[in-house]
Design a protein around this ligand. Structure first.
Ligand code: SAM
Length: 308
């Protein structure tokens, strides 16, 4: 399969513009390198640029490294989660970077390979781990959870209104594959429903299995620490839970933390970020037609204003 056909980078031009990396001797972290679409475009445009590419999926990192072989020495892969960006920099002897990009969620490769178990539309074992070397699978999570635990996960991460009903029928049970799980969910969710009845449950299981929200909570503060003054942070989210974490973290860092009534603003209370996007930037109509995955994408960008 041709890798470039596997994943079209979302909001590519907008990301590169906001990162401000088209020229100059700069270093950027692509915190979710995936198949390297965003990274390849950045490396092509700026012959002096270096990119640290992080991914927790060994297969994605292997493919990205292969694709980015022509940029040897300028593409620096790091296997891990994106909240570990300071560790990656430390390992590479880099103290500050000029940009951090995160294009969150799953890649088309993960969805397109049935054996990874991410997709409700293909029959496969219920795995869903992005890093298959550790953690429990979605099947094991269902089997080891109580009704209340699972209802909480499906409601919080899937925003599924029938969470408790679904949890009652699946918690503590062993499912061999997605077909078996879909059958139960389809039978219990009242009709009619918008989209596939299991869609929100799959999203919730994926988020829980990969601890996505906890890692994202740590990502923005760590990115701020990683950036040099004038450096840019760009995050592309695909659902409201992700976007809300990113929005709050950026807002917090872009406001003064001075206690009310303090006559002068002390250095440690000054905001460290300036927001660059008004609200969110969305994919153009043309991009949404060409790449339906971009329809839910929301990009937020900010600039580091203080070197601290
Ligand atoms: C949407 S894809 C990125 C696609 C990439 N921008 C491209 O153009 O090819 C998201 C990638 O982030 C990775 N990922 C998701 N959560 C992660 C995490 N917490 N830490 C590191 N990588 C993560 C996934 O494995 C996936 O490869």
């Amino acid at each position: 399969m041709n890798q470039t056909n596997l994943h079209k980078p979302v909001l590519l031009e907008e990301s590169i513009d906001y990162l401000n990396v088209a020229s100059g001797n700069k270093t950027v972290i692509d915190a979710t390198v995936g198949l390297g679409g965003h990274t390849e475009a950045m490396l092509e445009r700026n012959p002096e640029l270096k990119v640290i590419g992080i991914d927790r999926d060994a297969e994605a990192l292997r493919r990205a490294s292969q694709r980015l072989e022509p940029f040897a020495g300028r593409f620096l892969p790091f296997a891990g989660t994106y909240d570990q960006l300071l560790e990656a920099m430390n390992e590479l002897g880099i103290s500050k970077v000029d940009g951090v990009l995160a294009d969150l969620g799953v890649s088309s490769m993960q969805l397109d390979f049935p054996e990874r178990g991410f997709s409700y539309s293909q029959n496969a074992p219920l795995d869903m781990r992005m890093d298959q070397s550790q953690g429990i699978t979605a099947g094991e999570l269902i089997e080891s959870s109580s009704v209340s635990e699972l209802a909480f996960i499906i409601k919080t991460y899937g925003e599924e209104k029938f969470a408790r009903l679904i949890a009652k029928h699946i918690a503590g049970k062993k499912f061999e594959n997605s077909e078996q799980l879909n059958e139960v969910i389809s039978a219990v969710v009242p009709k009619p429903h918008k989209g596939h009845p299991a869609k929100r449950t799959y999203q919730a299981l994926r988020i829980a299995v990969n601890e996505e929200m906890d890692i994202l909570e740590r990502f923005v503060p760590n990115s701020i620490k990683a950036l040099a003054e004038g450096g840019r942070l760009v995050v592309i989210s695909y659902h409201s839970l992700e976007d809300s974490i990113v929005k709050k973290a950026i807002q917090k860092a872009s406001q003064s933390s001075s206690p009310v009534g303090l006559p002068v603003e002390l250095e440690q209370h000054r905001p460290v970020l300036k927001v660059l996007t008004r609200g969110v930037t969305r994919a153009s109509e043309q991009e949404q037609i060409e790449n339906p995955r971009s329809a839910s994408a929301r990009l937020r960008a900010a600039e580091k204003t203080e070197d601290k």
